[in-house]
Design a protein around this ligand. Structure first.
Ligand code: NAD
Ligand code: IPM
Ligand code: MN
Length: 361
């Protein structure tokens, strides 16, 4: 029997709830596909600060390096919001991404047919939307030096540095063209090259790489315009490639366009490692209430099955089961649910598992 080692980092807020739900789905995959998953849990985020004094203990990092894939919930919460930025839970996430060199964050956002009425946009605008945001994940203003709050002439000044090397840009752009080639062959590169030198370099590198991909249609958009086009013509996008901060913001926007942020999965990949996590955060406002939408994390696990384990059939079955559950009218409260079967985390997971049983081949 095949077996895979999964590092499980539940994190904070709704993290444990949505990861537990996802592990139940993976349990069903084990049962149906004759595969064994070996889980090892590691601490990250606020809980790691509380228990070890640091948001990413070395043991967690070692565990992740030594696993076939990492499954992560979310980090952060009000308890740690007053810590200086370099001591916060979120810093653990930035460190794990950097240490594992997870430079491409793939964030698919497609509208599921049963959720067309859950989008705040008109059905005819949102129908057919199926995009993939490729967010560069290990550079940009998130990591640039110098950074800090300094004193200058008796006044405080806050400093962050937006920075990309051409190699950092090139590798994520190549990955994006490769992905676009396997999809609808359209790539939108998003920058702010009318103002920022970093973006000027970004655009130049995209142009250079594009010469190797004449079959892929290339479009450049400024980020402000892209934010607007995402709600005006979402279905026109195929692959979007952009830097770390723009990708962070645009992908949350893409989430609501397709019905709910609670639906958006992601895969953070490098050349050696891969980590799977929902796009959303730890949702402290609903933590512990049993109403968190586990689908973003369940679909992240489906991405793990496909990309890290080559289990395409199992991955497709999980997606199919999610779609059927939505077709049956089950929705967690983050999805517009007037007139639908409003359910909590456990119940929607039960339904997904039932549908896996029903649609197994
Ligand atoms: P958030 O994504 O946690 O929540 C935004 C809103 O969406 C909230 O109203 C929340 O209830 C809702 N929401 C998000 N995911 C949901 C789900 N699965 N089901 C139902 N509703 C859901 O963003 P925020 O409130 O700005 O941040 C909260 C904390 O999470 C902060 O500490 C932030 O730094 C952290 N965060 C972590 C990650 C991560 O770990 N990858 C990502 C984003 C934010
Ligand atoms: C995300 C989050 C993180 C980010 C935070 C929590 C560090 O918003 O994964 O989208 O900005 O990358
Ligand atoms: Mn984000």
């Amino acid at each position: 029997m095949q077996s895979f080692r999964i590092a499980v980092l539940k994190g904070d807020g709704i993290g444990p709830e949505i990861v537990d739900a996802t592990l139940r789905v993976l349990g069903k995959v084990e049962e149906l596909f004759n595969v064994k998953f070996e889980y090892k849990e590691g601490l990250i985020g606020g809980i790691a600060i509380d228990e070890t004094g640091t948001p990413l203990p070395d043991e967690t990092l070692e565990l992740c390096r030594d696993s076939d894939a990492v499954l992560l919930g979310a980090v952060g919460g009000p308890k740690w919001d007053n810590l200086p930025t370099d001591k916060r839970p979120e810093r653990g996430l930035l460190k794990i991404r950097k240490e594992l060199d997870l430079y491409a964050n793939l964030r698919p956002a497609k509208v599921w047919e049963p959720l067309i009425d859950a989008s705040p946009l008109k059905p005819e605008v949102v129908r057919g939307t199926d995009m993939l945001v490729v967010r560069e994940l290990t550079g940009d203003v998130y990591y640039g030096e110098p950074r800090g709050i300094f004193e200058e002439g008796g006044k405080r000044v806050g400093v962050n540095t937006m920075r990309y090397t051409e190699d950092e840009i090139r590798r994520v752009v190549i990955k994006s063209f490769e992905i676009a080639r396997k999809r609808r062959k359209k790539l939108t590169s998003v920058d702010k090259s009318n103002v920022l030198e970093v973006s000027g370099l970004w655009k130049q590198v995209v142009e250079e790489v594009s010469k190797d991909y004449p079959d892929v249609e290339l479009e450049h958009l400024y980020v402000d315009n892209c934010a607007m086009q995402l709600v005006r013509r979402p279905s026109s996008f195929d692959v979007i490639v952009t830097g770390n901060i723009f990708g962070d913001i645009l992908s949350d926007e893409a989430g609501v366009v397709v019905g709910s942020l609670g639906m958006l999965p992601s895969a953070s990949v490098g050349d050696k490692h891969a980590l799977y996590e929902p796009v959303h955060g730890s949702a402290p406002d609903i933590a512990g209430k049993g109403v968190a939408n586990p689908i973003a994390t369940i679909l992240s696990a489906a991405m793990m099955l496909k990309y890290s384990f080559g289990m395409d059939k199992a991955s497709d079955l999980v997606e199919k089961a999610v779609e059927e559950t939505l077709n049956q009218g089950y929705r967690t409260p983050d999805i517009y649910s007037q007139g639908y079967n409003r359910v909590g985390t456990q119940e929607i997971t039960d339904k997904i598992i039932e549908n896996m049983e029903r649609y197994k081949t």
